[in-house]
Design a binder for this molecule. Structure first.
Ligand SMILES: [Ca+2]
Length: 229
């Protein structure tokens, strides 16, 4: 009996520890989910001859960080429901409401977005990008970025991706892609202009409101983002 009681006591303690650890996890998870994984395979891929540069398949493979340009409501790099390939995809959503623009601290409802930046810690991100270290992708001879997307966006809300040499003024398909997406997975691509010798951001991913007034945002799922020749 004593043994059993001791066992029950141990189990209770284990359950309590588990409950407390779950509490601590949930209490840290109030903000957007910006968790990401690190892939040690990237350098092997490069050393084997600069094939496609996989930015994301089931995990972020850039060795860089995620830099939010605005307040982010929901961003999950480990979303498991119906990915295009493998076990995970990116889930990104915004309800179209006012969010903080981190560039100047103002509040706006025109876009919500983030960049997959080269710097390993986004706290080192500098809006004067000349002050950040860059990455030389020229040996890859890349000419386009491809990705898969699905989702549901409200009227006048689009998904926009920009290349390292793109800006908010870039017109698709030159250094940018912008459109609504369908509810089923579809492959998209856009051109990347040279030079890629000093890349500060692999790609910027934005939900954008293009109507007058205010939109209702939406949710997109993105998978298998690559640089291709
Ligand atoms: Ca995947």
């Amino acid at each position: 009996m004593e043994t059993n009681n001791a066992k029950v006591g141990t189990n209770k303690l284990t359950l309590l520890a588990l409950f407390l650890s779950m509490l601590s996890v949930y209490s840290c998870d109030k903000g957007p989910r910006l968790s990401r994984l690190y892939d040690p395979g990237t350098e092997e891929i490069i050393s084997s001859g600069w094939g496609d540069w996989v930015i994301y398949d089931d995990m972020l493979k850039t060795r860089g960080d995620v830099n939010a340009f605005t307040e982010i409501q929901d961003l999950d790099f480990e979303y498991k429901d119906n990915p295009y390939q493998g076990n995970r995809c990116i889930k990104f959503s915004w309800d179209g409401s006012d969010i903080i623009d981190y560039a100047d601290g103002t509040t706006q409802h025109n876009f919500c977005g983030f960049g997959l930046v080269v710097v390993p810690d986004a706290s080192a991100y500098n809006y004067d990008t000349t002050k950040m270290p860059g990455k030389d992708l020229t040996p890859g001879g890349y000419t386009k970025i491809t990705f898969y997307a699905r989702g549901t966006l409200s009227p006048y809300t689009t998904l926009r991706l920009e290349s390292p040499n793109g800006t908010y003024e870039s017109t698709p398909p030159s250094d940018a892609w912008e459109d609504q997406v369908t509810s089923s997975w579809k492959k998209y691509e856009f051109n990347v202009s040279a030079p890629l010798s000093d890349v500060k951001e692999f790609v910027r991913i934005i939900l954008k409101y293009v109507g007058s007034g205010r939109g209702d945002g939406g949710t997109v799922y993105i998978d298998d983002i690559r640089y291709e020749k």
